[in-house]
Ligand binder design. Sequence first.
Ligand SMILES: Cc1cc2nc3c(=O)[nH]c(=O)nc-3n(C[C@H](O)[C@H](O)[C@H](O)COP(=O)(O)O)c2cc1C
Length: 393
Amino acid sequence: MSKYDKLFEKITLGNGTAVQNRFMLAPMCDDSSNGGKVTDQQVEYLRIRAANVGVADTGYAYVNDSGIQIQGQLSAAHDDDIPGLTKLAAAMKAGGAKAILQFSHAGRDAMGSQKYGNRVYAPSKVDFPWVHYDFDEMSQADIEQVLDDYKNATRRAIEAGFDGIEIHNCNHDLLQQFFSTYSNRRTDKWGGSLEKRMAFPLAVLKSLKEAVAEADKSDFIIGWRISPEERHGDSVGYDVDDMIAQTKEVLKVGIDYLNLSLNLAAGYNNAKRPDYNAVPVGHTKRFATIFRELAGNVPVYVGTNIFTADQAMDAVDDEKGESGVYVGREMLIDPEFVLKIKENREDEIVRTTTIQHLKDVKLPDGFVDNYADTDGSTRSVSYRKGIPLPGLD
Ligand SMILES: Cc1cc2nc3c(=O)[nH]c(=O)nc-3n(C[C@H](O)[C@H](O)[C@H](O)COP(=O)(O)O)c2cc1C
């Protein structure tokens, strides 16, 4: 008996799949693919981090060549990605975790696509302070193509042997761009009212479910990651009540777990980043509780700033709903975080890092470079500085 036993209870996903414990390896793009293809370093990096969790997520994989946010991102856009993805899925499943491939399309934020000379598009042509290139407004044909691309990427994930996929309907992804009143100014059936703004994310979900039905894989897991609100100071793309409305419809179509990304939630742009205890503006319950009450027996994963066993317990401690906890940066620093809690070795958990330590714990080279100074020594000078690691921040 340990006070952390609850973390090691099995949980049941929406489709009846049992998962070995409540931990999820958070989806984290490792910037190290070779032109989208899986490398041996990535396989090893994910094998050791997936070993003891219930659900293990990859970083986001793009579903077509116009959706690449970062060069070094994984690709699920081509059939010749399947052999590499097959190796990755097998490694991630080796310790009993459910292996999940996360899908994304960056829409207007497709800086990687722009660098490769690929066309970039978004729901509407709206100026964004951080976008310094031209992009198109999506045509009906573009929208249909993307729906098809999600379906084809799902077929590839199934062929590669993944247990499931997770849709990145968060962190400014294309799906979120359609839902945001700030990003979507369309006047056709894909924009305007709340119902029309949620039409694209729902169409993506329905499209990829066709691939699951065609493969006759009722045990295939469909995870759905949301940013529960989009606020930039006074500008509100959507609030949590809008996202509750969208999620109700998503639950009707059917998902197997919900994953709350809290990066953009309350407190965004403030000195203090939100964490698993964040409470939305105008509400008294935390995001976790609100969505767990909504989702019923569909498990809801929350996390952010989990570095200790007590924090993980706090994140799953809800009276209602089925709960899981995702762990991101701590799993980069200490791949054995979960094992150490299980074996009552919490005092051995590593909570701070150095560049050398990141190499020792098998972060791929391209990933380590994003935390290293140009002289290779101390702290991040890259965009990863925005998500600091203790010891390097
Ligand atoms: C290096 C890095 C890469 C990330 N890439 C992704 C990603 O590909 N998809 C995603 O949904 N979230 C991504 N995230 C967000 C994490 O999944 C997680 O929500 C966030 O790091 C907060 O959890 P933590 O405090 O435990 O790190 C990334 C975070 C980090 C640190």
